[in-house]
Design a protein around this ligand. Structure first.
Ligand code: ARG
Length: 594
């Protein structure tokens, strides 16, 4: 018997194959295989027969019975250890036998095995993921938490599922803000010392002053525009200053990335595309997509309303500004081309705030039409967007002064609060370990998990109490459960994965429920990677920890019967490995003890 990595997926393929040979179903039949919602109905159900029977004006129960006979005659189900029965008005229910669960547990023991099983999902597809892509010359603030955390989790998920991944940090290093910033630096006679620890704060303060000045004084605004034009036309002195600003900013971002374990393969920011936008203008005009409007170059899409909701502003996709300079749209178009032709992307994933949905809708439409007109193949483009972090009061999160909360202060506060918790809970551990290892990891893990646990397209309320609680669907709870499972092996005096010889299939309700839940990882992985939604993995891990707790309460592991002991140790070892691998997929490094 060779176990299936994800039975739901392979059942689907098997049923389609068998149904193709049945006249009443045929090759277009969609079996709609789903994990069963109620364990009493088995592990999976195929719900598609009702719709097919309706279309064929056939009796659904008779059709289900025919399909069942054909499946049984084919023979694969019995070999895979799946029992099948007709249920209700015409469903097929499938149940994994204890032998099948056992075979799965033996065949897929660790992260490498799961990775091999999951690799079919993306099968070596070349994917470029664009994150966290901050704008430069600003300190990172709370708004940068989600692109870092969600971007990293999505990247790890894609990689785990077999994608050949390029992490591209598309920093915003060529925007209008540089005109204002350089103007302010010149007016103040400010000398930028890259080694100064406050370099970035100083730049931010200067930018604020410059911005206020350009708002109050039209002459200053013109001067800022002139600075930007000078920079964009390649003036050596401006470029040298710009380069130093970007270096200071990148170094500060890197200190944050390090604390989140984030690394990029390439950092090709907006400035990288500055000599690549002319081709975009030329081609868009040549294929009749772009037209001049009030001196700007714009693209209109019938798919997008021409006017905003209030019918006041027109909504063309502006690809070149009136003054001839490039913008977010032009660099993004050039970026699509580069990723397709130079990086060989078959798929591009953009991780940003939901407020950029309109931009990406127009970007994707323009790219689609442009690539089609020029005979190119467009990679699959996906916008993985997320909602806003709200304060405990339900409003956008801010400091008392109204400035955004700095990301470093969030990390520091999370670490301090985590240390308090650890001191309370595990005061017996060495102080240095609590302070230097556990608190920083637990703090960042709590921030991170709270950001991943709800569906990314929803807003969520930021709550220290909730994210640091040891109960509920939180990082502390899962990390603690992972440590608890490990302790079984310390007590048994064997390493995880050892002592399993002679293990028999699961038998007690707790064993069977845990084995089923372990296997449920494959469906969670499929689902999470389909829409790139990490919260599905969080839900799964929380349920796994729950199934383990119930198992552990009713099933003593270190019993005398060698077969029972071996199979329970195997269940513990898989739980431990899955909890830890699952946390790593989310970007969280498990702890040895806490
Ligand atoms: N720099 C942008 C921002 O901070 C995000 C860039 C996302 N990537 C892209 N290719 N547009 O909002």
């Amino acid at each position: 018997m060779s176990p299936w990595f994800n039975p739901a997926r392979e059942l689907d393929a098997l049923i389609r194959r068998v149904a193709a040979g049945l006249p009443a179903l045929g090759p277009a039949f969609d079996p709609q295989v789903r994990p069963a919602t109620d364990a009493r109905h088995g592990d999976y159900q195929a719900n598609g027969i009702l719709a097919a029977a309706k279309a064929a004006k056939a009796n659904p129960r008779a059709l289900a019975t025919d399909l069942l006979s054909a499946l049984q005659a084919e023979g694969t189900l019995a070999k895979a250890g799946l029992e099948v029965e007709v249920a209700g008005p015409g469903f097929l229910n499938f149940r994994l036998t204890p032998a099948a669960l056992h075979a799965w547990i033996q065949a897929f023991p660790d992260a490498d095995a799961w990775r091999r099983g999951a690799a079919a999902l993306h099968a070596g597809r070349k994917v470029v993921i664009d994150y966290p892509s901050p704008n430069t010359a600003k300190q990172m603030h709370v708004g940068h938490l989600r692109p870092i955390v969600i971007g990293e989790a999505v990247a790890r998920l894609l990689e785990f599922c077999g994608a050949s991944l390029t992490r591209d940090n598309h920093i915003g290093d060529w925007g209008t803000n540089f005109g204002i910033l350089i103007l302010a630096i010149r007016l103040k006679g400010f000398v930028l010392d890259a080694a100064s620890p406050t370099a970035l704060e100083d730049l931010e303060a200067l930018y604020k002053e410059g911005s206020a000045l350009t708002k109050a004084d039209p002459a200053a605004l013109d001067a800022a525009r002139a600075e930007l034009a000078r920079l964009q036309s390649g003036d050596a002195e401006s470029l040298a200053l710009w380069e130093r600003i970007v270096a200071v900013s990148n170094a500060a971002c890197q200190r944050i990335y390090d604390q989140f374990g984030l690394r990029s393969d390439v950092v090709l920011g907006e400035s990288f595309y500055r000599d690549k936008v002319d081709q975009v203008y030329r081609e868009l005009q040549a294929c009749g997509l772009a037209e001049e409007s009030d001196g700007a170059l714009v693209v209109w899409h019938d798919e997008v309303p021409r006017y905003s909701r209030h019918a006041e502003t027109k909504l063309p996709f502006i690809v070149r500004k009136k003054d001839g300079s490039s913008n977010y749209a032009s660099t993004d178009l050039a970026t699509v081309l580069y990723r397709a032709e130079v990086l060989g992307a078959q798929e591009v994933v953009y991780v940003t705030d939901g407020r950029q949905q309109d931009h990406f809708q127009q970007l994707f439409l323009t790219a689609e039409k442009w690539f089609k007109a020029t005979g190119r193949t467009l990679p699959r483009l996906r916008h993985v967007w997320f909602g806003t972090i709200l304060g405990e009061d339900g409003k956008a999160i801010k400091t008392k002064s109204g400035d955004p909360v700095r990301l470093q202060s969030l990390i520091d506060e999370a670490t301090a609060k985590a240390l308090e918790k650890v001191n309370e809970k595990s005061g017996d551990l060495p102080e240095a370990e609590r302070r230097d290892v556990i608190a920083p990891r637990l703090g960042v893990a709590a921030l991170r998990y709270a950001d991943l646990v709800s569906n990314r397209t929803m807003d969520y309320r930021f709550s220290w109490d909730k994210m640091l609680a040891f109960e509920g669907n939180t990082a502390p709870y899962l990390l603690y459960q992972a440590v608890r499972v490990r302790s079984v092996f310390r007590n048994a005096g064997v390493a995880a994965g050892q002592g399993e010889a002679g293990a028999t299939p699961p038998e007690t309700p707790g064993e069977i429920a845990l084995a089923r839940k372990l296997l449920g990882f494959t469906a969670a992985l499929d689902e999470a990677s389909e829409d790139l939604r990490p919260h599905i993995l969080c839900t799964y891990l929380h349920e796994l920890a729950g199934a383990y707790s119930s198992f552990y309460a009713d099933n003593k592991v270190l019993v005398d019967d060698p077969a029972v002991r071996a199979r329970r140790l195997a269940l513990c070892a898989r739980t431990s490995a899955l909890l830890e691998s699952g946390l790593r997929l989310l970007g969280i490094e498990p702890l040895e003890r806490m």
